[in-house]
Design a protein around this ligand. Sequence first.
Ligand code: ADP
Ligand code: ZN
Length: 729
Amino acid sequence: MTEVGFHPEGSRVAVLTAEPIGRPLDYLAPEGGCFPGAFVEVPLGPRKVMGVVWGPGDGRFDAARLRAVARVLDVPPMRAELQAFLIRMGAYTMTSLPAMLRLATRTPGLFDAPGARKVYRRGAGEPGRLTEARERVLKVLDAHDGGGFYLTELAQLAGVTPQVVKGLVATGAVDEFEQPRDLPFPRLDPALPGKVLSEDQAAAAAALRAGMGGFGVTLLKGVTGSGKTEVYLEAVAACLAAGRQALVLLPEIALTTEFIARVEARFGARPGEWHSGATQGERRRLWRMCAEGGVQMVVGARSALFLPFRDLGLIVVDEEHDGSYKQEEGVLYNARDMAVLRASFATAQVVLASATPSLESWVNAESGKYARIDLAARFGVSELPEMRAIDLREERIESAHWISPTLVGEVVKRLGSGEQSMLFLNRRGYAPVTICRACGHQIGCDHCDARMVEHRFMKRLVCHQCGETKPIPTACPSCGVEGKLAPVGPGVERLAEEVAERFPTARLSVLSSDLFGSARALKEAIADIAAGGADIIIGTQIVAKGHNFPRLTLVGVIDADLGLQGSDLRAAEHTFQLMRQVAGRAGRADKPGLALLQTCQPEHPVIRAILGGDEEAFWRAEAAARRAQGVPPFGRMAGIILSGPEVAPLFEIGNALAHAPAPLARIGAQVFGPAPAPIARVRGRHRVRMLVKAEKGAPLQDALRAWLRQVKLPAQVRLAIDIDPQSFL
Ligand code: ADP
Ligand code: ZN
């Protein structure tokens, strides 16, 4: 990228559009000229499309045939820092520039003229005749507690015509009003006093503050409740005080109520929020305010990384080990790694916060590439919860039950003393398998290679791969025998049945993402639990994230062995992280906690590491094992996923690639496969995987490009490249 200050009228400029053309096209700068990075409208064939002035034109085209930029749009130009980031990330993830640009501009209505626009919100009136369509509109509105929706947006989300919305406006059940656009966010005041920090916390905050102003990465490691949030909010304060913007990435953006409230308490105003649940108007406002400097702090999901910050000074990646930072569809990237990349271009600090860091970050800290700060103690309590295994080979549990007598006893104790217990089971639904007791048939999905999971709450079978549902049949679809279909194994719904049976007077709350119609309902349930509204909480992994339940003193892990099955490279790491996180929920303030892990293999090294509490020993052992195998983070990997409606062409392409490994062999990389993916069919598309392994410093992307150029994909076949794959499904 050449640094050019201004493109005068009539000079050649290269404009990148989000159209799948692959590279920037030459145009003539418009009347009045334009700045590098300017958002523009250009003619493309018969259409006009949005683009960004990417640099000077390359002069290869006949000037007489060049068309001029139609107009410059009224938003600040893309900064060189963001442009450089998109180029580098595109090269790293092997994503085309237009696709990268789409990531950075995925906000409908972004370039419409400013001025007020009509938006729609829930009104106080009654809907009159409640048709199904009307009900859908109200459901969408009830699920959202921010600004209003545009008419087309609301109609589309509810799957109704705009007339249905207008009809509801007439009844008063929906309010229509003019919303001024793109107002700056209220000012956050970094000078407001924070909490009085402990000695440890104060030292950590000072270290983070000292790094402000330059690029650097710090791993902030501390058990849940040690005050990591408190400490990194001090880094945010320093960033804001310096007049720069701060971005905090959270894994489960739907669950940020508590966090937003803390920010508001600390700085006196709410930050900007960026997530898929935001309305178009909210997203447009935040995007523009990022560019104009009208927002100081953004809390967001991973795609907030592509916002056009005017001056980004800090990125916090909270729960940095969380799997949801890996984008597994479309452009495949890891937001944690890309946060570090973006910060390097923006000269910003990165804080990676976790109680149980990813092995990658642990190794980077170990090697000195990242700084590391440890918060040892939990704030206000000196002890981690006591952790013990319950050996399921020795305790008897009656059939179709999953809570051992020891665990039952501990729950009973807490019911007497007004403390809360949590039972953790990372399986949604009623039962993971439905089997025919007559013929042994297991009900599977028609479109995927996956078993259907019974969800009794919805009264349907659900495919957790594609979301397909069907009614629970009474007769076996294979042998036709009636009344022999039986659930096998527990999901949270079935566990809830057992709890209700064993503890009939206890107030029970089940936290599973699918049981709530909206993010708001889930937030309310969490707030209710925190306020003491439940005695026993049953949860899937959404409970492992950082919610504070002050009365919770017991965590029972129903099946600690669940994650250890399977051959995933990261199985041990993930089990270790999840169990530590869940156990960390127990005990706060003055009440010590107890975590009990039900397991059939208490001698398994991972279970022993969890119980032993010697985390560094676990990471050292895991790192040594990976180093010995030359796998990440000590080697590099790329996944190749071929998919299409027919399986044969996929193997043809895969085999052709496998037989032409020369470009990879030149850098010492190896190819494995093609093999059917572990989930060999999703949504009716067959999937075939290949895996490429290389040494750490090898120029993998260049080799992959040369290797893949050797084959031509048939029309129906798609090829996706997953650099640094997290999952191998
Ligand atoms: P983590 O992010 O490590 O889980 P938090 O920052 O959420 O820890 O702290 C856990 C709880 O302890 C929170 O309720 C927080 O407000 C409280 N806390 C932490 N540090 C302090 C402090 N220095 N003064 C008062 N309360 C604190
Ligand atoms: Zn399916």
